[in-house]
Design a protein around this ligand. Structure first.
Ligand SMILES: [Zn+2]
Length: 288
């Protein structure tokens, strides 16, 4: 990113734009930016300060820009939701991939985003969790989920195959995060390598069957891969986690106590920024 596009917000300055998922970078502490249209605001320096977000009443589709009454699939209008490959049900359930039947909503998109190397990983969010992601989405995916630690378990040739492996593993480990637990404190450290070895030995037969089906080169265990530790910028964890949304509260104000995953943690409640992708908002820093 071009550093001069990164805005350091001053008290009284008001910015406007459509929200996107917060871009973030792995550092000693995860560094977050709030994206408003083309503008990006450095969020870590705002910790401990009072911020104000106001929904201005519009939602624009992140694909076509069309105004939409509701946001579908985190930021799309209804026609795009029905038409785009990234909104198809096989994205949430990769085992339903229908690329090989020639019915992918957009084969070029599928080629680029699904028929490419994926990683099946083990992370620690509100506890142990398995998941899948495109290889170039590491560590972004882990940051977005608020994981405290993560290791890759397999390198897999396609999204569908990674989904099939995940399906086997989630018989033994959760594949969901409890977001309330996630926002109540840092995750309790776990020995991911030991947990990963144990998990793989309990699923050995199924994994071998999968390797026979798709080829050894398609499903490669990477158990010795190094662990990524993620630390989030949080000053105070909420005792009670209350969720804010622009649909209910168009004006959201509060002292920014932390950021984890895609959540802003304020003394007035927590706001999932990703859930509000496409919402047109104003953002300002209030005088102390
Ligand atoms: Zn659209």
């Amino acid at each position: 990113m071009n550093p001069e596009q990164l805005i350091t917000l001053e008290a009284g300055q008001v910015l406007q734009g459509g929200l996107s998922k917060m871009p973030a970078q792995l550092s000693e502490q995860v560094q977050y930016r709030l994206q408003l249209g083309e503008q990006q605001v450095a969020m870590n320096p705002l910790l401990g300060k009072r911020i104000r977000l106001q929904w201005l009443g519009d939602i624009n589709c992140i694909h076509c820009g069309r105004e939409s009454k509701k946001s579908f699939s985190q930021g799309y209008c209804y026609p795009c939701f029905k038409k785009l490959p990234q909104c198809d049900s096989c994205i949430m359930s990769p085992e339903k991939c229908h690329f090989h039947q020639g019915t992918c909503r957009d084969a070029a998109w599928g080629e680029k985003f699904c028929m490419t190397d994926h990683v099946v990983y083990l992370s620690n969010t509100s506890g142990l969790k398995v998941g899948i992601t495109r290889i170039n989405q590491i560590p972004t995916r882990w940051i977005d989920q608020g994981a405290g630690q993560a290791i890759p378990l397999f390198r897999v040739a396609t999204r569908q195959q990674s989904g099939l492996i995940e399906d086997v593993l989630r018989q033994h480990v959760a594949d969901k995060t409890n977001w309330r637990t996630l926002l109540k404190g840092p995750s309790v450290p776990q020995d991911l390598h030991a947990a990963g070895r144990e998990l793989l030995s309990s699923c050995q037969a199924e994994i071998q069957a999968m390797q026979q089906r798709f080829g050894l080169h398609a499903i490669v265990p990477v158990l010795e891969a190094s662990e990524t530790i993620l630390e989030y910028p949080v000053r105070n964890w909420p005792v009670k986690v209350s969720s804010l949304s622009f649909d209910k509260t168009p004006v959201i104000e509060g002292k920014l106590e932390g950021i984890k995953g895609q959540y802003l943690i304020m003394d007035s409640g927590v706001l999932n920024i990703r859930k509000h992708t496409g919402y047109h908002v104003s953002f300002s820093l209030l005088a102390a």
